[in-house]
Write a protein that binds this ligand. Structure first.
Ligand code: HEM
Length: 143
């Protein structure tokens, strides 16, 4: 799963585009009803997904179990996009059902992310972060 960090980062940047676009739209329209949608697109979508992607980049061993890595991306990436939709529906119609369902999917993704990091931390051999390219070129031995 070498591309997983980039897939996380591309999804995060897409959320940033949507989130900041909504922020600009709210400012232009002077209508701030949907600011929780904007905040969650930016904070779950951009910030959290980007941090998850960077974690997969720093610890490539996290991507070795393809099934677990894909499950975690699916839960986190999809719910980072759908939970803000649920918040918008809730604000617009007063029905929080979709927001509740998608927030639980997000929570499951975070729990899986935590479990995978803890399991990796218990494996001292796999916990070493990726070596810097400059170290590899200078033949600096791994710690
Ligand atoms: C082009 C960039 C952005 C624009 C134009 C923008 C615009 C706005 C606007 C108009 C509000 C509503 C303020 C109000 O309710 O009085 C807001 C709230 C907020 N924004 Fe942004 N924003 C931008 C980027 C970001 C980013 C990158 C983040 C986080 C990573 C962020 C996080 C928040 C948060 C947490 C709130 C408060 C939401 C709430 O109180 O419900 N914003 N922003």
């Amino acid at each position: 799963m070498q591309r997983l960090p980039l897939i996380f980062l591309a999804t995060a940047a897409f959320c940033l585009l949507l989130g900041t676009g909504l922020g600009i739209g709210m400012g232009i329209a002077h209508d701030f009803r949907f600011s929780p949608v904007h905040a969650h697109l930016n904070l779950l979508g951009w910030t959290s997904l980007a941090l998850m992607g960077l974690t997969y980049a720093v610890y490539p061993a996290l991507g070795q179990n393809r099934l677990a890595a894909i499950a975690q991306f699916t839960l986190s990436g999809v719910s980072a996009l759908l939970f803000p939709v649920g918040i918008a529906i809730s604000i617009d119609t007063g029905n929080p059902g979709f927001a509740i369902a998608t927030s639980l999917a997000w929570f499951a993704g975070v729990a899986l992310f935590l479990a995978r990091i803890v399991l990796l931390a218990l494996r001292p051999d796999a916990a070493a972060p990726r070596r810097r390219a400059s170290d590899r070129m200078l033949h600096v031995p791994a710690e």
